[in-house]
Write a protein that binds this ligand. Structure first.
Ligand code: SF4
Length: 272
C-alpha cells in the first residue's frame, strides 16, 4: 500500500516539478520577449558623432561610385503626381502612366476634372490604378479648394517644417512622398527613405534593426548636414547601391566599397 502511495506521491511531485519547470520556462520566455533592446528601435550606438561620420563617408563613396544626380525640373505638383503613381510600381511603368495622363487630359486640371474611370484607364499600367486614380483626383480637388488653383509652387518658399506639415495632411501622402516632393522639386532639405535606403542603412548600422522606414526619416536625416545637396546625394547613393549591390536577397558584398563601414559585413558575412 505504502509503495503505491509512495509511487503516487512521486508521480504527483513529478507532475508538480514538470509544471513548475514549464512555468519557469514561460516566465523566462515572457521576460525575454518583454526586454526590448532600445538600440534596435533607434540608433544602434550612442556615439552619434561616429554614426554621422559614417553616413557622410557612405555619401562620399556612393556619390563617387554612381555620380551626382541633378535635381528634378518637375514642378512640385507634377512631382506629387509622379510619386503617387510610383508606389509599388517600376520606374518605367510610372513614367509611362505619368506621360499618358498628360497626353490624354492635357494638364493636371484636365486630370482633376476627368471622369475617374478615364483617369484609371490612363494609368492602367501602374499598380493599383483603382486606388491611385480617385486618390490623385481627391488630392487635386482639395488643393484647388484650399489654394484657388492647382499649384504647389508656394511650398518651395516655406520653411521645411511648414511645407512638410502642409503636404502631410492629404490621404495617401506619407513622409516619403512629402520628402520626395520637397527635396526633388523644391530643394528643401528633407530626406526620403525608400525600401533601398531603409535596407542599406540598416545593414550598414546607421539605424537599428527594427526601425521602420517611416521612423528612419528623422534618424537618418539628423546624421547628415542639413542641406539639400548632401541629403540628395545620400538618398541617391543608397538607392543606387541598394538596386545594384546591396540587393534584397543576397547582398553582393564582394563588389561593395563599404565593407569596412558595414555592420552586416562585420557580423554576418565576415565575423572575426
Ligand atoms: S558590405 Fe554587403 S551588406 Fe554591407 S552595404 Fe555592402 S553589399 Fe550591403
Amino acid at each position: 500500500m505504502l509503495g503505491r502511495v509512495g509511487a503516487v506521491i512521486e508521480s504527483n511531485s513529478c507532475i508538480l516539478q514538470t509544471s513548475a519547470t514549464r512555468e519557469e520556462e514561460r516566465d523566462v520566455k515572457q521576460s525575454t520577449q518583454r526586454v526590448r533592446n532600445p538600440a534596435d528601435y533607434g540608433y544602434p550606438s550612442s556615439d552619434i558623432v561616429a554614426l554621422s561620420a559614417k553616413a557622410i563617408e557612405v555619401t562620399r563613396r556612393t556619390t563617387e561610385a554612381y555620380g551626382e544626380s541633378r535635381f528634378s525640373t518637375k514642378s512640385p505638383m507634377s512631382m506629387l503626381v509622379d510619386i503617387l503613381l510610383s508606389h509599388r510600381t517600376r520606374d518605367e511603368q510610372t513614367a509611362a502612366g505619368y506621360d499618358n495622363l498628360l497626353k490624354r487630359f492635357g494638364s493636371w486640371e484636365g486630370v482633376r476634372d476627368a471622369p475617374v474611370n478615364e483617369v484609371q484607364d490612363a494609368i492602367a499600367n501602374v499598380n493599383f490604378p483603382e486606388v491611385k486614380a480617385p486618390r490623385i483626383q481627391a488630392i487635386m480637388r482639395q488643393i484647388t479648394e484650399e489654394r484657388g488653383e492647382l499649384n504647389l509652387d508656394f511650398l518651395c518658399s516655406l520653411p521645411v517644417e511648414e511645407a512638410s506639415a502642409w503636404l502631410n495632411r492629404f490621404e495617401g501622402v506619407g513622409p516619403k512622398t512629402v520628402a520626395c516632393v520637397l527635396l526633388f522639386s523644391c530643394k528643401l532639405p528633407l530626406l526620403p527613405v525608400d525600401v533601398h535606403v531603409h535596407r542599406v542603412s540598416g545593414r550598414l548600422g546607421l539605424i537599428g534593426k527594427k526601425v521602420t522606414a517611416d521612423n528612419a526619416h528623422p534618424l537618418l536625416q539628423a546624421l547628415l548636414p542639413q542641406e539639400a545637396r548632401p541629403i540628395y546625394n545620400f538618398h541617391k547613393g543608397l538607392l543606387r547601391h541598394g538596386q545594384r549591390v546591396c540587393v534584397y536577397d543576397r547582398p553582393r558584398c564582394n563588389q561593395c566599397m563599404l565593407t569596412d563601414l558595414c555592420d552586416y559585413y562585420k557580423t554576418v558575412v565576415n565575423p572575426k
